[in-house]
Design a protein around this ligand. Structure first.
Ligand SMILES: Nc1ncnc2c1ncn2[C@@H]1O[C@H](COP(=O)(O)OP(=O)(O)OP(=O)(O)O)[C@@H](O)[C@H]1O
Ligand SMILES: [Mg+2]
Length: 220
């Protein structure tokens, strides 16, 4: 599903990733960890095509990312759910509409949109805030809307960058349970996190990013 081979990434003159390689199978649930500044967010952005590699090869499913044309990138992205801190909510749309947006882009029937959005909002415990605008939500509630938005289209791949960073332990547990559920329905899940509690005891592969590459891989 995911293949990175000898990937290099430089911002201006700073080398962030050098000869970085990893693979993930379809249907896997894995974590990426490593010290602050190691390049975890960068790696997820490369997988989402919001940053470009300077060398090497990345493919996601059948897509070879360095060969994607600008106009093809939105089609590629329709297969991917993202929980990134800088992929902000739309503040002129309600919680419901923020979550429904990706389904509207897919031209889904409005009855099905209603059902799907309600169901995912229930899962993230935000049904009662459905008509509210995001600026009136707490940081953790906004984070849960972002998570609902990423999961509602049941993407082929879910990329999540510190998805539980703003959440208390109860919400963290329920979001992790949701990620596991979406994974059992077939979505491949990759989570970047500092938080050992998320992967400790999970039995999942954990990629450790350090010194500009995947230094080791353990089972959490
Ligand atoms: N847009 C950018 N322009 C220049 N440098 C950048 C940019 N984005 C990230 N960097 C640099 O690349 C390095 C890796 O950043 P990245 O955000 O990928 O790390 P991270 O592992 O996600 O860190 P954290 O755990 O703190 O989130 C850092 O040194 C950072 O300063
Ligand atoms: Mg980061």
């Amino acid at each position: 599903m995911i293949k990175l081979s000898n990937v290099n990434k430089t911002y201006e003159k700073a080398i962030v990733l050098k000869n970085c390689s990893m693979t993930m199978d379809r249907g896997e649930f894995a974590f990426i960890t490593g010290p602050s500044g190691a390049g975890k967010s960068t790696l997820l952005k490369l997988l989402y095509c919001s940053e470009k590699i300077d060398g090497g090869h990345i493919s996601v499913d059948e897509w070879i990312l360095s060969k994607l044309k600008k106009r093809t990138i939105p089609f590629f992205r329709r297969n991917i759910g993202v929980v990134f801190q800088d992929f902000k909510l739309l503040f002129n749309k309600s919680v419901f509409e923020n979550v429904a947006l990706s389904l509207r882009i897919h031209h889904m029937d409005s009855k099905e949109i209603m059902e799907r959005v309600k169901s995912i909002l229930k899962e993230v415990k935000l049904m009662h805030k459905s008509d509210i605008f995001p600026q009136f939500l707490s940081g953790g509630e906004q984070q849960r809307v972002v998570i609902a938005r990423a999961m509602v289209s049941q993407p082929m791949l879910l990329l999540a960058d510190e998805p539980t960073g703003n959440l208390d332990s109860d919400n963290t547990r329920s979001i992790m349970r949701l990620f596991r559920e979406i994974n059992t329905k077939g979505t491949t899940v990759l989570i970047a996190t500092h938080n050992e509690d998320l992967y400790y005891g999970s039995g999942r592969r954990v990629f450790h990013l350090n010194n500009k590459h995947i230094e080791k891989e353990i089972v959490g």
